[in-house]
Design a protein around this ligand. Structure first.
Ligand code: PRP
Ligand code: URA
Length: 206
């Protein structure tokens, strides 16, 4: 499965501070924004463009602009919300859908509680969720966008566990994943090791 691990000194620096348990929510949110901005640029490096003739002050040039179809970004609530703004800041015509999934604290099974998606027929969707642990949430989110007609989905994460990558590959073979880190394993409570703890709680100070 294509897993792209972001390889940039700044990404490594930001991720280290996200992992640090002494990082406070306000700083955590800023760092999450900055790292997601790098991931947004990296994960969209092969989106469609089209030709456009423009006049520079010196001469006409046939240049390229983003294709007319707007990008679709779908955060998995709630932690995924912390990764949306870089996409909306960078891409003028982005459309945003929402999928609400919450892991049960005992079983780690994800339960769906919200779904609001724009028209997705034939579209390529970027699903954003910082943590890919067991993969249960991502697998459900990819299934949902495909049920709504999406052609395929790219998953954009901050930290992935090998177990989650394997689960996504098994349920949705060929899904491209972009991440800032591929960590070691899950613990007995299905948290990623070394990880950074509960992303949603750290993002929102809960
Ligand atoms: C976290 C995270 C993912 C999910 C990953 O969300 O943001 O959505 O867990 O775990 P999985 O791969 O085992 O499904 P959580 O359910 O804690 O909800 P929250 O975003 O509301 O905190
Ligand atoms: N969700 C998180 O926020 N962190 C983990 O380590 C696993 C799931």
């Amino acid at each position: 499965m294509p897993v792209h691990v972001l390889d940039h000194p700044l990404a490594a620096h930001i991720l280290t501070h996200l992992r640090d348990k002494t990082t406070k929510p306000a700083t955590f949110r800023t760092l999450a924004y900055q790292l997601s901005l790098l991931l947004a640029i990296e994960s969209t490096s092969d989106i469609e463009t089209q030709e456009k003739l423009v006049e520079t002050p010196l001469e006409p040039v046939l240049a390229r602009v983003l294709a007319r179809q707007p990008l679709v970004v779908v955060p998995i609530l709630r932690a995924g919300l912390g990764m949306v703004q870089p996409f909306t800041d960078l891409f003028p015509d982005v459309s945003v859908g929402y999928v609400g999934l919450e892991r049960d604290h005992e079983t780690a099974q994800a339960r769906s509680y919200y779904c609001k998606l724009p028209p997705l027929t034939g579209r390529h969707v970027f699903i954003v969720d910082p943590m890919l642990a067991t993969g249960g949430s991502a697998v459900q989110a990819i299934s949902l966008v495909k049920q709504h007609g999406a052609r395929d989905a790219t998953l954009v994460c901050i930290v992935c566990a090998p177990e989650g990558v394997a689960a996504v590959e098994s349920a949705h073979p060929g899904t491209v994943i972009h991440t800032a880190a591929l960590d070691r394993e899950l613990n007995s409570r299905k948290y990623i090791l070394p990880g950074l703890g509960d992303f949603g709680d750290r993002l929102y100070g809960t």
